[in-house]
Write a protein that binds this ligand. Structure first.
Ligand SMILES: *[C@@H]1O[C@H](CO)[C@@H](O)[C@H](O)[C@H]1NC(C)=O
Ligand SMILES: *[C@@H]1O[C@H](CO)[C@@H](O)[C@H](O)[C@H]1NC(C)=O
Ligand SMILES: *[C@@H]1O[C@H](CO)[C@@H](O)[C@H](O)[C@H]1NC(C)=O
Length: 376
């Protein structure tokens, strides 16, 4: 994630949307399963000769251009902030003072190419919906506003997590094209996330079932943007963090008699433990995933699941992000290897007014370590 200067992200409520896929192989089911393709997607800084792009893994800049270029009807985008176009002449910009040749060396043109592809999609009347955080200073929501200006087919809304959870940001980076092609990853909508920051994502092609599921999460955020947070929030006691905090009034952190009816569709009644859905058997997507980027392109039958955060935006029997991470760590076999790639590892809140401790990932690792697992 390319963090904007100074203010990065709020760890109290990691508003991540994370795809945990390919959990375990299963025998092919008769007929019903959807067949689609998936590639891993990477960004690697241009000036790192010792860190080469992994063969078979696509470049984020290409994937975002293709998504924009191929869309014929609808494109839904979740973004934290926007700066595809670099502004080296703007004293308020992070790249102020760099020369044109510096910017070329940094690969900044890739960002402009993505923006141009998006603008073309907007011009050919693709229905574009953008849900984003409010934009960091100085002008990190200007590009989405420019796309929307004078184009009724482009809608742009802001979702302020602070108004709903007292802290946090819309941190998911998701593109859903024509209800079938999807990018989910860590790359922000800025040029640095394409060529100057290490990012990882997944690109699904021809996957309507996955697109439809992620779309529900998108729609839930979209609905939040239409509601008055003052009327729809309450203060709850969070047992895990031992603190009072603001939550949507349908939150399971509230006692049943304090809760309002959720304005979000598709919320199903699953048991909750300490505010989180307690899912021993999360909903699994039955999708045949072809992986053409791998040497051994397999068309294996995998059961996979998607996980979402925060829990108040979750739906059906999909897993909460935190549990998804813990399950992924614990799914490693004895003697196996867990690889974790992360920007920060803190185990506590970083941007909240009150410090809360968050041990679940460290605990999961301690638990599997009894088997002498390699951790990288
Ligand atoms: C559409 O996507 C494919 C890859 O899936 C890509 O090769 C092609 O260039 C894209 N088309 C446009 C117009 O971006
Ligand atoms: C959406 O775009 C319009 C048109 O440019 C702009 O006036 C408005 O401020 C934008 N809204 C958000 C939430 O960014
Ligand atoms: C939201 O609701 C509060 C209290 O119910 C009210 O005071 C406020 O004006 C409302 N805000 C908007 C934007 O409607």
């Amino acid at each position: 994630m390319a963090p904007p200067p100074r203010r990065r992200r709020h760890l109290l409520l990691p508003a991540l949307l994370l795809a945990v896929s390919a959990l375990w192989g299963a025998p092919p089911a008769a007929g019903a399963a959807e067949s689609c393709k998936a590639w891993l997607v990477q960004s690697i800084p241009t000036d790192m000769p010792h860190l080469r792009r992994v063969p078979g893994v696509l470049a984020t800049a290409d994937v975002l251009q293709w998504l924009s270029g191929n869309t014929t009807e609808s494109l839904d985008i979740l973004a934290q902030y926007w700066q595809f176009i670099a502004h080296p002449k703007n004293p308020k910009s992070g790249e102020y003072g760099f020369s044109e040749s510096d910017m070329a060396k940094f690969g900044a043109e890739e960002g402009r190419r993505v923006y141009n592809a998006l603008e073309k999609a907007a011009d050919r009347k693709v229905q574009i919906r953008i849900a984003q955080h409010a934009g960091f200073a100085p002008d990190f929501d200007q590009e989405s506003a420019n796309l929307a200006a004078g184009r009724p087919n482009v809608q742009n809304v802001t979702v302020l997590f602070e108004d709903w959870w007292g802290s946090g940001v819309l941190h998911a980076k998701v593109w859903i094209s024509d209800k079938k092609d999807v990018y989910i990853g860590s790359a922000n909508n800025d040029w640095k996330s394409l060529t100057q920051v290490k990012e990882l994502g997944i690109y699904f092609v021809g996957c309507p079932q996955i697109a439809k599921t992620v779309e529900v999460y998108f729609q839930n955020l979209w609905t939040l943007s239409t509601l008055n947070s003052t009327t729809y929030t309450k203060i709850a006691w969070d047992k895990k963090w031992q603190t009072f905090r603001k939550v949507p009034c349908w939150s399971h952190f509230l006692q049943p008699e304090q809760r309002c009816r959720s304005p979000l569709p598709l919320s199903v009644d699953v048991p909750y433990v300490d505010g989180y859905p307690s899912l021993a058997n999360p909903e699994l997507l039955d999708v045949l995933i072809e992986t053409p980027g791998l040497k051994r392109s397999s068309k294996e039958h995998h059961l996979s699941y998607l996980s979402f955060a925060p829990p108040e935006l979750s739906f059906d029997k999909f897993q909460a992000d935190e549990q998804g991470w813990v399950d992924t760590i614990k799914s490693v076999n004895s003697g196996g290897m867990v690889r974790i790639s992360t920007m920060d590892w803190l185990g506590q809140s970083q941007y909240a007014s009150e410090t809360v401790f968050w041990p679940s990932l460290s605990s999961a690792i301690s638990e599997i370590n009894r088997n002498n697992l390699a951790l990288s």
